[in-house]
Design a protein around this ligand. Structure first.
Ligand code: PXP
Length: 260
């Protein structure tokens, strides 16, 4: 399994104080040295974490491929074509969201997505679409010209955390998932089967398959069972663990859990 380490959260911490500490290039170096197969960054329109200069520096110094997550905003796409990452992953973006909340609506924004894919292809940048795990979205991604899909695992991760973690007893409990345990178990099974079916279908029509969002040291084993998924992009849980054990060990441990 290819492990994409998302280092946005290093920049979140830095931006909280508007200093150059922690240094994103230090994080890049540690990630490359300790098992990251890919570096994933999201250049958001609001620049809340990764800044343009970070993206350019990461492109220059990364010793592993860089996966640039970006919206279909024209200004951002122009930066993407200038950066020439190893791949661009198109994601939806909302100003008010805390993080990417759902997959790209590949039906509502057909023209813009087609434009973005064609533009990126003109610069020889392969494109992945971050979509919800359903067959229709996979099929549409293929039709629009993407070579890869990244399946949004947020629903799965939320249910998993409410069922098996301490989220229910925290101030961030998800009201819509405060349900009897047997109901949560049924929903978890469905979430895994939706991801599995979408992954299998994607592979069958020639798309590469990644997954990401909310994956952590507890739930990632479920994704490891799905043979068609060949890449995971993981950020929050790795950076959170690194506070306690250091970034190198946090990545090594995730690498261990994601080695087939
Ligand atoms: N993949 C995509 C497309 C994302 O937008 C994100 C969040 O930036 C991730 C993976 C990583 O999610 P997390 O930080 O929850 O591991």
């Amino acid at each position: 399994m290819k492990l994409g380490v998302n280092i946005d959260h290093i920049a979140v911490l830095r931006e909280a104080r508007r200093v150059n500490d922690p240094d994103i290039l230090n994080a890049l170096y540690v990630a490359c040295q300790n098992g990251a197969n890919q570096i994933t960054i999201h250049l958001r329109e609001d620049r809340r974490h990764i800044q343009d200069v970070d993206a350019y520096n990461i492109m220059k110094h990364s010793t592993v491929p860089v996966n640039l997550e970006c919206s279909i905003n024209r200004n951002i796409l122009n930066i993407a074509t200038d950066l020439k990452p190893h791949r661009a992953t198109l994601v939806p973006e909302k100003r008010e969201e805390v993080t990417t909340e759902g997959g790209l609506d590949v039906f509502a924004h057909e023209d813009e997505i087609t434009y973005a894919i064609e533009l990126l292809h003109d610069y020889i940048i392969p494109v992945s679409l971050f979509i919800d795990p359903n067959i229709e979205a996979v099929e549409q991604s293929k039709k629009l010209g993407a070579e890869m899909v990244e399946l949004h695992t947020g629903t799965f991760a939320n249910i998993y955390a409410m069922l098996n973690g301490s989220l229910l007893h925290s101030s961030h409990s998800l009201k819509e998932l405060e349900l009897p345990r047997n109901e949560l178990s049924i929903r978890l099974e469905k979430a895994v089967s939706d991801i599995t079916a979408a992954a299998k279908y994607a592979k069958s029509i020639g798309l590469e398959v990644a997954a990401g969002h909310g994956l952590n040291y507890h739930n990632v084993h479920e994704m490891m069972k799905i043979a068609e998924i060949t890449e995971l992009n993981i950020g929050q849980s790795i950076i959170a663990k690194s506070v306690f054990v250091g970034l190198a060990d946090a990545i090594k441990e995730m690498r261990r859990l994601t080695t087939r």
